[in-house]
Design a protein around this ligand. Structure first.
Ligand SMILES: *Cc1c(COP(=O)(O)O)cnc(C)c1O
Length: 452
């Protein structure tokens, strides 16, 4: 047995086991460690004694003669550099994402860090979470940056951008090139994009990088590194946090040097995850796989049921009042792809090949727990979230309580008939009954002229 008390002869742990044990303390150092981590809020730490090994290590690091491994510094100085609970949370995230992970104060601060890390001159992006677009505009402010459509010709865009790549020798990455930003599954529909296709397209351009916003499909649902992307980003506020009580962002990269560079940037942006949030995050990560698998299963069943309302000739007797596209016009979810029929709303935001793309192999762990449906009239989308009992009308997603959102309220570019569904941990039958009752109520109110 090695000194950390973990038997390395055991096979590499699966995700659920890693989420519980990846940050396992060193039993040889502390044979009586607390099973749950202590809450540590201190921003500052007593300096190492001048004659200690830590003091010498620190002096050498300040003189640039030695490097600290900031994933495992051994001691702390100030919490903007390192903090024990966050290090544990990053250890767990790194194992379950099979890469080197860092935490941030929010999903958008992680997105901003990703963009400044690659410092692109051309950014390809299309629809998805609106805040990321605003964050990219902030990056582009005062810089010569071109923003293009994800499905544009990358070579042509690079050729006409006439900005030469800044290729700093000591940088962990080549900067100044093309950044391809792919969100999959996509907000708010929960439909997947073909990652392998965008990776292949990006690789034809020198110095291109692919970042995936994987917020809608955390582990164990998909691993975008399997499709060869450079970086994976998450709004940890959603499934990693999982309880609607913390803001968090996560970036992960395969290369430790890139992680070091991101760590240094984060230290000077000051975009750190708070110590209390790191504690809450770690607590939530323990149950990530069970939560997400259950949420994914329930969402897939709900999406199939909603889809059947508009498309099936045989529905349950209790569904007849709103069946046949009387109320639900269309349901969007990665499990309902490939779509053979083109759709006016989604084609606006979808990529050309999407109607034939089957995301099952890209999402081996299951489909996203967040998806959307389109009602036949905007007034239904306004009212339905307020006629339910278990679903709460609210923005955000990924928590244990189910939410419905009239999406146009958060994103003015969205179709006003779209309702986003974030499935929590309630029973499928209760959520289905809740939607049935809200649909019936909406139709009844309408017939009485009370739906305005
Ligand atoms: C919520 C979200 C973000 C932004 O994350 P915050 O934690 O709110 O800053 C980015 N991308 C997607 C897909 C999201 O759902």
């Amino acid at each position: 047995m090695p000194s950390n008390g973990v038997n390395t002869e055991l096979p590499k742990p699966g995700l659920a086991t890693a989420a519980l044990h990846a940050d396992h303390p060193d039993a040889a150092v502390d044979g009586n460690y607390a099973v749950a981590p202590s809450i540590s809020l201190s921003t500052t730490f007593r300096s190492p004694h001048p004659s200690s090994a830590h003091a010498k290590q620190l002096e050498e690091a300040v003189r640039g003669e030695a490097e600290f491994d900031m994933q495992d510094p051994g001691f702390h100085i100030y919490s903007r550099y390192s903090q024990s609970t966050n290090i544990r949370a990053e250890k767990v995230l790194s194992q379950i994402m099979k890469a080197h992970a860092l935490t941030y104060s929010s999903g958008l601060s992680a997105a901003h860090a990703a963009v400044t890390h690659y410092a692109p001159t051309v950014i390809a992006i299309k629809r998805g979470y609106h805040g990321v677009h605003v964050s990219i505009q902030l990056y582009a402010r005062g810089r010569n940056v071109k923003i293009i459509d994800l499905d544009d010709d990358y070579q042509a865009a690079m050729a006409s951008s006439n900005i030469s790549a800044e290729d700093s020798k000591d940088a962990a990455v080549q900067r100044g090139g093309l950044l391809v930003w792919v969100e999959t599954p996509l907000n708010p529909t929960g439909e997947a994009r073909d990652l392998a296709k965008y990776v292949t397209k990006a690789r034809a351009v020198a110095g291109a990088h692919v970042v995936v916003d994987s917020t809608f499909a955390p582990p164990p649902l998909q691993d975008p590194f399997a499709q060869g992307v450079d970086m994976v980003m998450h709004s940890g506020t959603k499934y990693f946090g999982g309880h609607s009580d913390l803001l968090c962002g996560v970036l992960a990269v395969k290369d430790k040097k890139e992680w070091d560079s991101l760590w240094s940037d984060r230290t000077y942006f000051g975009a750190n995850l708070g110590s209390m949030e790191a504690y809450l995050l770690l607590r939530s990560l323990r149950t990530l796989t069970v939560r997400v698998q259950k949420q994914s299963q329930t969402a897939t069943k709900l999406a199939a049921w909603l889809h059947s309302l508009a498309t099936s000739t045989q529905v349950a007797p209790e569904d007849e009042a709103f069946a046949g596209a009387k109320l639900v016009a269309r349901t969007y979810h990665s499990s309902l792809q490939p779509r053979s029929d083109p759709d006016d709303v989604v084609t606006k935001g979808a990529s050309p090949e999407d109607p034939t793309f089957d995301p099952s192999s890209q999402m081996p762990g299951g489909h996203t727990p967040t998806f959307a449906f389109r009602t036949t009239k905007p007034i239904y989308a306004t009212w339905i979230p307020h006629l339910t009992t278990y679903f709460t009308p609210a923005t955000s997603l990924g928590g244990v309580e189910s939410l419905l959102e009239h999406r146009v309220k958060s994103d003015p570019t969205e179709d006003p008939r779209i309702i986003r569904v974030s499935v929590g941990l309630e029973e499928f039958e209760d959520l289905q009954a809740d939607l049935r009752s809200a649909f019936a109520e909406a139709l009844q109110r309408e017939s009485q002229g009370q739906l305005e």
